[in-house]
Design a protein around this ligand. Structure first.
Ligand code: PLP
Length: 444
């Protein structure tokens, strides 16, 4: 659980992605992180087994809770985000559900940006409602709306860094500040901008990922991640967070915010993510397969490079589409000017070069029917409901990823009828432009 195995806090993200948490196997000397495709772990003796089960000692018991391959992935991503610990789970949806269920119970509420990926919007509007957790949707263009919508039962503020597919930058600093004043943690889904944005540095407290997307990068595994920033004081208003501050019958009255102070457990500041593991993952069982962790580790090796390549290609594709006679409008943060550009850059910190990610949206002059014909005419770009793959992908959100939403919900998510979402891959840009061009010409 700690970085004691192998980490240097001075490492830059590209180095942490390759080196954190593993140097070589002490027995075999294998230098690539091994795939521990095992369910269970041998106990030292019955005394130790009992200590592990009662949380007096922390260690591997069973792969639903811990796995050494998954632990390397969790530690590398914790280092990349500047957090204190992470929990990998079976999908991005599970990560979002657990992140909220870990602190909100029946009768509680959260305040969320209305610009969300359709699957999360469904979970919030319908799934959580059935569980008795109310989600209050607000427009993130007005950060004060978060304060106005909150009350004493508000357990979190929630947003997506660059909302899928509206691509509006979430005001992390402003909402984080309001949350800090009110004692409400800010949870940010950073699926669309790993590396390019570090939400914890800007005032977020919990960062979530669908690793299925850019972190994996090869579209061969589904997985999710919860990163604990360790920067929220759960004991400031103890009555607000009973799951962390009240005696927990799951473990004979353990109080998680107190338990983690035991230095021998090496869990200081990790009450939130530790509770998610030993209660939610234990009870609900959304564990990540070790094989998928192994695949995500391969993806992580090249993540910093890929985010730059995706961003460069997306910028070029956005400029190409903007100049095309069949295109009515293009949505891409790299096309913004003036104050709007400054706002986007305040959360996207590419370093010397400005990077705006690999997602863009556009509308054809011919509307819905032209949009559909464009998608059917693509020869290289794949028509799939995914994003973040090394290959370029396109989808028509109104009939797929956001198809189950009402027209009002779709509008709030930024999905008009003719909107096409492009996840720009890392093919040669000339080939991307050529396929866009021929498909546009055949779109009618
Ligand atoms: N969050 C965002 C922003 C997404 O785009 C997605 C999936 O598209 C998810 C969460 C859900 O992730 P998964 O498909 O891994 O469950």
């Amino acid at each position: 659980m700690s970085f004691s195995r192998h980490h240097n806090s001075a490492w830059k993200p590209a180095t942490s992605a390759l080196h954190t948490a593993y140097r070589s196997d002490p027995t075999t000397r294998a230098s690539t992180p091994p795939l521990y495709q095992t369910v269970a772990y041998q106990f030292d003796d019955t005394e130790q087994a009992a200590r592990l089960f009662s949380l007096e000692e922390h260690g591997n018991i069973y792969t639903r809770l811990h796995n050494p391959t998954t632990a390397i992935l969790e530690e590398r991503l914790t280092a990349l985000e500047g957090g204190v610990a992470a929990l990998a789970v079976s999908s991005g949806q599970t990560a979002v559900a657990y992140a909220i269920q870990n602190i909100a119970r029946h009768g509680d509420n959260i305040v969320s940006s209305q610009a969300l990926y359709g699957g999360i919007r469904n979970l919030f509007a319908n799934g959580f409602k059935d569980m008795g957790i109310e989600v209050r949707f607000v427009d993130p263009e007005t950060p004060e709306a978060f304060r106005k919508a909150s009350d004493e039962r508000t357990r979190a503020f929630y947003g997506e860094t660059l909302a899928n597919p509206k691509l509006v930058p979430f005001p992390i600093q402003e909402v984080g500040k309001i949350g800090k004043e009110l004692g409400i943690p800010l949870v940010i889904d950073n699926t669309t901008t790993p590396i390019l944005c570090r939400p914890l540095d800007m005032g977020a407290n919990i960062v979530l990922y669908s690793m299925t997307k850019y972190i994996g990068g090869n579209a061969n595994a589904v997985g999710g991640l919860i990163v604990d920033g360790g920067n929220f004081d759960w004991q400031q208003h103890p009555e607000r967070f009973p799951t962390l501050n009240a005696p927990d019958p799951n473990y004979k009255g353990v109080v998680f915010s107190e338990l983690v102070k035991n230095p021998s457990l090496e869990l200081e500041g990790r009450a939130y993510v530790f509770r998610a593991r030993v209660v939610l993952l234990r009870d609900l069982g959304g564990a990540l397969s070790p094989f998928n962790s192994f695949l995500f580790l391969q993806g992580l090796n090249t993540l910093p490079l890929r985010m730059e390549a995706h961003s460069r290609n997306a910028q070029a594709a956005a400029e190409f589409l903007s100049a095309h006679h069949k295109v009515a409008r293009v949505v891409y943060p790299g096309l913004l000017k003036g104050e709007a550009r400054k706002k986007a850059l305040s959360i996207l910190q590419g370093g010397d070069e400005e990077f705006f990610g690999g997602l863009l949206g556009f509308e054809l002059k011919g509307g819905l029917s032209a949009g559909k014909r464009f998608i059917d005419a693509m020869e290289m770009i794949c028509h799939v409901a995914n994003l973040g793959d090394v290959r370029s992908l396109a989808v028509h959100p109104a009939s797929t990823t956001h198809g189950q939403l009402s027209s009002k919900e779709r509008e709030e998510s930024g999905v008009s009828e003719g909107y096409v979402r492009l996840s720009v891959g890392i093919e040669h840009i000339d080939d991307i432009k050529a396929d866009l061009d021929q498909a546009l010409e055949r779109s009618g």
